[in-house]
Design a protein around this ligand. Structure first.
Ligand code: 2HG
Ligand code: ZN
Length: 467
């Protein structure tokens, strides 16, 4: 199905009553760039890209789209990995990049209000300049936008300590798919006045309306974070380390990656953290105020080495070294982008991770004897990114078919362990066929009813999450 209207030119011209022509673009470059995200599986094919500059323009656009039954795809930094912001069926992309202002900051409330198109890193730097910290953080911080983060309930590398985007949003201004402007929760910490619609928009992937403004909490910065990278012989040992380190130190990250994954970042010019190679590595970040916790970390290191849970390790001696160590983990995704990886973004309760891991390991070794399978992710919060790389000699369609059929088995195992098919990347187009492994039919029927209430004409990001 494509949404291209026969009278497309007239429809685009009609927008000039509420937005300047320069911000309605249908040239091939704009359509290509704005019509896709970091997935490269769909051919971008939007009718046009519209860049509203104000809440009023966004609202006028949604009303116009309702009148003319035009499909809209809200678009942030397009760093998504589930094809949630892809426009491949003649939709209109609504880029929020012009709405990029920080509107208000209140040190008493420790909160900031900004437009949806503010880049994550800009907000993080703004917080730092005011002696505060916005702790939702991930590798795409330099191009992802706050509105997109909210629409996918982005997580990232500090979830073990700070939670997800949802935990930091205290207010939202949204234009619903009906064209109504809602001002939700207004920065309140406590508000027991009925259904909290803010939380429906967080993680809604653009299917209910457009997020135009957000109010976010800030916190005090981490005090002298130290980073440890440890070589670990097995997935089981990673869990042993998790228990020990979490009980004794204030962790702000507990990540893991395999030697196979590490090799890809080494190929891009990074250095091994230490000589010895092991099958797995963990990266642990902890608060180390006045260096007081270094001794504790070293004691734990020795104890774990005696148990055979680790083989080698390194601890950062400076902020620059901590950042270098972080790159070993954070750069993996970009370093494998050229292999058209089949991505998994799985969530489990942490207590279920060991049992699931051994089942998944057996399944993937059996099903993918010839494919390179990379393990990494935010294991400390139960989020595993299992990436399967496409062999050069296999065509994309055959690779996708094989991975798709293995996914059915993997997600069936995940379902038995009570997990989710997406932890932080969202459902988009990519994980839509597997939604039923996480949400049962009854629950999905409630999701559909909610969608209908906010977007009765089905113009908001149609075909994403569920058909
Ligand atoms: C990460 O944690 C990102 O690095 C990307 O969420 C994960 O590449 C991936 O699958
Ligand atoms: Zn991640």
């Amino acid at each position: 199905m494509t949404f291209h209207a026969p009278n497309a030119v007239a429809l685009l011209d009609g927008m000039q009553t509420f937005i300047e022509p320069a911000y309605v673009r249908s040239d091939p470059d704009s359509c290509l760039n704005y019509g896709r995200d970091w997935t490269r599986l769909h051919r971008p094919n939007p009718l046009a890209v519209v860049l509203p500059g104000t809440v009023e323009e966004a609202q006028a656009l949604i009303r116009y789209a309702n009148t003319h039954r035009l499909a809209l795809v809200p678009s942030g930094g397009r760093t998504g990995l589930s094809a949630g912001a892809v426009a491949c069926q003649g939709e209109i992309v609504v880029s929020m990049e012009r709405m990029n202002q920080i509107l208000d900051f209140d040190p008493t409330d420790r909160s900031v209000t900004c437009e949806a198109g503010v880049i994550t890193e800009v907000l993080q730097n703004f917080a730092r300049e005011h002696g505060l910290y916005y702790p939702v953080d991930f590798a795409s911080r330099g191009s992802s936008q706050i509105g997109g983060n909210i629409a996918t309930n982005a997580g990232g590398i500090k979830v073990i300590r700070y939670g997800l985007t949802r935990d930091w949003v205290t207010g939202l201004k949204v234009v619903t798919g009906r064209g109504d402007l809602l001002n939700l929760n207004r920065g309140l910490i406590k508000n027991a006045s009925g259904y909290d619609l803010r939380h429906l928009f967080i993680g809604s992937e653009g299917t209910l309306g457009i997020i135009v403004e957000a109010t976010l909490k800030l916190t005090r910065p981490l005090r002298e974070p130290s980073v440890l990278v440890l070589g670990v012989p097995s997935l089981d040992s990673i869990m042993s380390l998790y228990h020990i380190f979490r009980n004794k130190l204030e962790l702000s990250a507990f990540e893991f990656f395999s030697e196979k994954a590490l090799r890809h970042v080494l190929n891009k010019g990074l250095h091994r953290p230490f000589e010895a190679q092991t099958d797995y590595y963990t990266l642990i970040e902890f608060e180390n105020t006045d260096g007081l916790h270094t001794d504790m970390a070293l004691n734990l290191f020795e104890h774990c080495a005696e148990q055979g849970w680790l083989t080698d390790g390194v601890i950062s001696q400076s902020e620059a070294q901590a950042q270098e160590l972080w790159r070993l983990r954070e750069d993996i995704s970009e370093s494998i982008a050229g292999y058209q990886p089949y991505k998994n973004d799985i969530a489990l309760r942490i207590s279920r991770v060991p049992a699931f891991l051994s089942e998944a390991d057996a399944l993937l070794s059996r099903e993918y004897p010839d494919f390179e399978v990379l393990w990494y992710g935010h294991i400390g919060d139960g989020n595993l990114h299992i990436n399967i790389l496409k062999p050069d000699d296999l065509d994309s369609a055959a690779f996708a078919k094989k991975c798709g059929s293995v996914s059915e088995q993997l997600f069936a195992a995940l379902q038995r362990h009570g997990g989710s098919i997406s932890a932080e990347h969202g459902v988009g187009l990519l994980k839509k066929p597997y939604l039923h492994y996480t949400r049962d039919e009854t629950e999905i029927s409630y999701l559909r009813a909610i969608k209908k209430a906010f977007d009765p004409n089905g113009i908001m990001n149609p075909g994403k999450i569920f058909a």
